[in-house]
Design a protein around this ligand. Structure first.
Ligand code: COA
Length: 257
């Protein structure tokens, strides 16, 4: 599905994943329009990125987030205020919103997950990224995940590794704790449909409460979503960068609170 932002926010159990493909260097007029949607502190953060790619990913992510929130509430793009939890996860602080989000970026793509449940996480990775599957899995994955990976022929290592990596990252992001959660202490069985997870007792979590989804985008990226919901339905929306820039550049489309 392609478009800008749908007229209504996701309903209960729905997660909308908005993806924007971003070129290595953004056209200057696009940068100017997207920056206009950001408050001063985010514009300053954007300016501090030393790497053009990372700067563009941050800018597109925050502009997309603000465009989505403002599409569903009469609030100016730059008026949304976010707070950070102890592990750095941003959430809407003001004005109140019934929509929760999580952002992920990788080279060339930003993914924004939006839903009604606060426990939503997303991860996006390039399918062609350089990986050392066995080496990294040995260090970070659970013993069951490592055994499952090693049992596969070499040609399947990359795909299984990225499946596990994106699911694990989506889960730790949905919990809002990032790498404070021990990656070895939960295991995914990515061959199962629906995907299953098992938690060690130390994680103090209930696998029955979680749902996961995976989507391979035709841009060569894989997205994983984790959500603590009874039933999960994921919709992916490709948002064109020029359409996003035009949307956030619209004068007076929304009013400030
Ligand atoms: C910080 C972390 C949450 C994500 O890092 P990442 O993979 O570099 O980045 P992503 O692009 O997927 O996500 C970054 C976004 O997540 C959000 N985020 C930051 N901290 C977060 C947290 N604790 N929980 C959830 N989301 C968080 C932010 O919105 C951030 O983007 P923004 O700063 O532009 O708003 C954390 O998981 C991490 O450091 N991971 C490193 C990678 C790794 O070792 N993964 C192991 C997987 S097996």
């Amino acid at each position: 599905m392609t478009g800008v932002i749908p007229p209504a926010p996701p309903g209960p159990g729905e997660v909308l994943v908005c993806c924007v493909e971003i070129p290595r260097a953004l056209p200057p007029e696009t940068t100017a329009r997207l920056r206009a949607a950001l408050p001063d502190d985010e514009r300053a953060r954007h300016a501090r990125y030393g790497h053009e790619g990372a700067a563009g990913e941050f800018l597109c992510g925050r502009a997309l987030l603000r465009a989505a929130l403002s599409a569903w509430s009469p609030v100016a793009h730059d008026a949304w205020r976010f707070s950070l939890n102890a592990h750095g996860r941003p959430a809407v602080e003001h004005p109140a919103s019934e929509v929760f989000f999580n952002l992920s970026h990788t080279r060339g793509l930003v993914a924004l997950a939006l839903g009604r449940d606060p426990a939503v996480g997303v991860d996006v990775e390039r399918l062609d990224r350089a990986v050392r599957p066995l080496e990294v899995a040995d260090r970070f994955f659970s013993p069951d995940e490592v055994a499952g990976l090693r049992a596969l022929p070499d040609a399947r290592h990359r795909d299984r590794f990225l499946a596990l990596w994106t699911l694990k990252e989506a889960y730790i992001k949905a919990r809002g704790m990032g790498l404070a959660l021990p990656l070895r202490e939960f295991s995914f069985a990515p061959d199962d449909e629906p995907v299953r997870v098992r938690f060690a007792p130390s994680l103090d979590d209930d696998a029955a409460r979680w749902r996961f989804a995976r989507v391979d985008l035709d841009s060569g990226h894989r997205v994983a979503v984790a959500a603590r919901v009874e039933r999960l339905s994921v919709r992916v929306l490709r948002v064109d960068l020029a359409a996003l820039a035009a949307l956030v550049g619209l004068p007076g489309g929304v009013r400030a609170v």
